[in-house]
Design a protein around this ligand. Structure first.
Ligand SMILES: [Zn+2]
Length: 214
């Protein structure tokens, strides 16, 4: 620890600061920088004015397969991949840049001042990249719109149709996301058969559509 570069540390503090502003959890900062837990926690409190939340990160691949999260995640990951491949921004920096761009796109068309939580949080976006890096996910090309969409790795792609071209019947029926954010997550049919455990699939798929109107 004696010979730690000050410039490198300054760079990491800047990166951590940006990530905290975008909503990163402490575990994300620990993974992406070499700063100590204490320094990161202090930085977090300085920026956010409160202690970092405790508890586990949201660890679910299936979340990315539900209808609306799938669309948002696919948009984000396509931007991320472009950034990481074709611009000087790599890895964590590509993540920050891509997430900023995602926020811009996700809020486009919404009334000013509507500060709903974004569908894809920064921490989830980071998890998504990790899942791709560990080959648990792939981008499947939609046979209709030719867009790339987040799918389970090794899912057959031959007749893949995305969540925009073939939305589930309930899609867009509810605007009441605030009451229970998880409720408007309809499982994409192709993903449901393979990826989702019978309990979750049954629970969500069997919910009558009428209960969510509002
Ligand atoms: Zn499509």
């Amino acid at each position: 620890m004696a010979t730690k570069s000050v410039a490198k540390e300054a760079e990491e503090i800047l990166l951590a600061t940006e990530m905290i502003r975008l909503g990163a959890r402490l575990q994300v900062l620990q993974a992406e920088t070499n700063l100590s837990y204490d320094r990161l926690a202090r930085l977090y409190r300085e920026i956010k004015g409160c202690s970092p939340p405790k508890g586990m990160l949201p660890f679910s691949v299936d979340w990315f397969m539900t209808w609306l999260p799938n669309i948002h995640s696919s948009l984000f990951y396509s931007v991320y991949k472009y950034m990481d491949t074709y611009t000087p921004a790599k890895k964590a920096h590509a993540l920050v840049e891509a997430y900023r761009m995602y926020l811009e796109q996700a809020s486009a068309g919404r009334p000013d001042g509507a500060d709903d939580e974004p569908v894809l949080s920064f921490t989830r976006a980071w998890m998504l990249v990790r899942f791709f890096d560990s080959n648990m996910l792939q981008l499947s090309t939609c046979t209709r719109c030719k867009g790339g969409f987040v799918a389970h790795a090794h899912d057959p792609q031959g007749d893949f149709v995305c969540a925009i071209c073939r939305p589930p019947p309930r899609a867009g029926k509810t605007r009441a996301r605030k009451s229970s954010p998880d409720d408007d997550a309809a499982i994409i049919p192709q993903a449901a058969s393979k990826a989702v455990g019978p309990r979750a699939a049954g629970q969500r798929a069997a919910r009558p559509s009428g209960t969510l109107s509002g």
